[in-house]
Design a protein around this ligand. Sequence first.
Ligand SMILES: [Zn+2]
Length: 245
Amino acid sequence: MLDLGADGILFDECLHHSPALLCFDTTHGHRYGAMVYANDTELIRRFARRSQAVNADFLFAGEACYDWEFAAYHLSYHRSEGKKHLPLTRYLLPDAPLMTAVTGFNDRNMINQCLLYRYIISYEPYNFKGSLDDFPLTVAYGAQMDALRTALREYFWDGEFRHEVGARVTCEGEPHHPYAVFVSRTSGKPAVAVANYDAQAAITVEIALDSGGPLARYRLVDDPEWRAVADGVVLPPCSAAVVVP
Ligand SMILES: [Zn+2]
């Protein structure tokens, strides 16, 4: 791969080694009952020694890296489809590059999830077997989302991820999910990303910051018009908004 000039690798299924947890074959030079996982990071460290000489920025990405694998891997890839997904790895490593699979033909909610948890989009039509033009709706919506969070990167890319800490979001008086608070590292001000995963109903949500400070305006991923927050944030089905000071 180094000879071919690749910029990095994604080690698929590096997270497991078949069902075995321990190895009892002492002819391998280790003790009886050694952990099969014990050298997972050492493997990548040795790869890295070889890539360093060729490309100092060579990227090591792994699938669903567990916590201490991040000592060797730069990026973790996972699959997080599901309306109740909890971004636990984002909790563990607020600044790590995390990437998730987006597989649907109009997969707005997974794109919305990427905005909420600062996930990199992995476009995967037909589960790795297609090409980008197999799902133009997903690609178009993803491009809009990436452009939006790049324009507002102070919050949604470079900001500090706080998940639901710092704001309360309600819909008709009841708690609403999902949403995420990002705090600017330059101004200290919070902004909120909020999504409506429902496929049928539009909703209006109210956002209250714990600080009591105001949020002024919002816009949807796929509508460039900014609107005032004062009357609530209107979210069409399968949509997300960024709400900023
Ligand atoms: Zn062994």
